[in-house]
Design a protein around this ligand. Structure first.
Ligand SMILES: Cc1ncc(COP(=O)(O)O)c(C=O)c1O
Length: 394
């Protein structure tokens, strides 16, 4: 990559990320190009934010229109576009949800944590979350995150979070006491390894929260907005949660977060209790509306299901030749392939061949492809993955 950009990074950008020495300059759908003209097929666009790929045309057009009209106004005013977006999110829930907007997933979860505590009233502040979860990097969401490696060196954490194994209803029930106000869980754990909920688990959490008058908070930052083939992943299990948090793909690649809550719960977020200066700004709201319209008009929920099934069949078919594939987990455009070995070399070899994927939790290859990935692109991606995985030296 361009040496002067690399030098500027070294001198002026804090090195808190491990970055590849590649400088991306342009993207279109599932394709992205670097500054040397190399073209990549991106099966992990924007770390899950590019659910419509790079620069989706209707989102680009909506942002262009909005940016010349009104970029930002604070929430002391109303805007048509924020109202329209809140309605579009609400009508896609089964609980007539009301929305709060912010700018990221971690902020969405902070809002959910505060809302749960406000709803619970004095003395009810504990929230049960799961081991291997990922809820964000700000202190509340980080304390909720059940991965000690992310807590190292930054304590003390925010008190009141209890971590139990994901999928373990009995451990969850045992962790409830009079101070517990909510259970917060990803319907499918993303960063923790694309872990699917065992049968009856999410429904069991709902029963527990009803029995103990607690809230069920679903972190759908990664699973939401149609990625799994339903607008909200929990709709696969016919659940009615109390709060759903969103971000990543919400605005087609433009920064935005938010939550949708049952009106009786949402009522506790009164003026003065919570805010975000940029929350629900016209630019990101217009992008989010165009994202929802695109998914709807292009029938992409069904397409997402088809993409997931094709990847599942492909990876399952590969298992006889790649014994190091130990499990394949997929729902729509959220695909995890468990390897019995470290996946770093696979990601690197794919990148050299012009394919971008991710490895999480050390051994899980993670694909979060765009839901408008074409058949030809899918085949091309599978071809490269097959070549890399079959020739993997373990
Ligand atoms: C399930 C989940 N929640 C929260 C977050 C945090 O989102 P953000 O990085 O936008 O703060 C992530 C990010 O990966 C996530 O996957």
């Amino acid at each position: 990559m361009n040496q002067s950009t690399l030098d500027r990074y070294k001198q002026f950008v804090i090195a808190n990320y491990t970055r590849y020495p590649v400088c991306l300059v342009r993207g279109e759908g599932s394709r992205v190009w670097d500054d040397e003209g190399k073209r990549y097929l991106d099966l992990f666009p924007g770390w899950g934010c590019g659910l419509l790929g790079h620069c989706p045309p209707r989102v680009v057009e909506a942002v262009r229109r909005q940016v010349g009209t009104l970029i930002h106004v604070p929430n002391t005013w109303h805007t048509e576009v924020q109202a329209e977006l809140a309605e579009a999110l609400s009508v896609r829930t089964t609980f007539a949800g009301q929305a709060f907007f912010c700018n990221s997933g971690t902020e969405a979860n902070e809002a959910a944590i505060k809302l749960a505590r406000l709803w619970g009233g004095p003395g009810r502040y504990k929230i049960i979350t799961t081991l291997n979860s990922f809820h964000g990097r700000t202190m509340g969401a980080l304390s909720a995150t059940g991965q000690p490696k992310y807590h190292a060196g930054v304590g003390p954490l925010v008190p009141g979070f209890v971590h139990v194994p994901y999928g373990d209803l009995e451990a969850t029930a045992r962790a409830i006491d009079a101070e517990t106000v909510a259970i917060m869980v990803e319907p499918i754990q993303g960063e923790g390894g694309v872990n699917m909920p065992p049968a009856g688990y999410l429904e069991g959490l709902r029963s527990l929260t009803e029995k103990h008058r607690m809230l069920l908070i679903l972190d759908e930052v990664q699973t939401g907005m149609g990625r799994t083939g339903r607008w909200y992943a929990h709709q696969h299990w016919n659940l009615t949660p109390d709060i759903v948090t969103l971000a990543k793909a919400l605005a087609g690649g433009v920064a935005m977060g938010g939550l949708v809550a049952r009106p009786e719960v949402a009522a506790h977020l009164r003026p003065g209790t919570h805010a975000a200066t940029f929350g629900g700004n016209p630019l990101s709201a217009a992008a989010a509306l165009a994202t929802i319209e695109t998914i709807e008009e292009d029938g992409l929920l069904a397409r997402a299901v088809g993409i997931g099934e094709r990847f599942r069949r492909f990876f399952d078919g590969l298992r006889s030749r790649c014994p190091w594939i130990t499990d394949v987990r997929a729902l729509g455009c959220m695909i995890g392939v468990e390897l019995g070995v470290d996946g770093t070399a696979v990601v690197k070899a794919c990148m050299e061949r012009g394919l971008l994927i991710n490895c999480t939790h050390g051994t899980v290859l993670r694909l979060l492809p765009a839901m408008n990935l074409s058949d030809a692109e899918l085949e091309e991606g599978c071809g490269i993955l097959e070549d890399v995985l079959v020739h993997l030296e373990v």
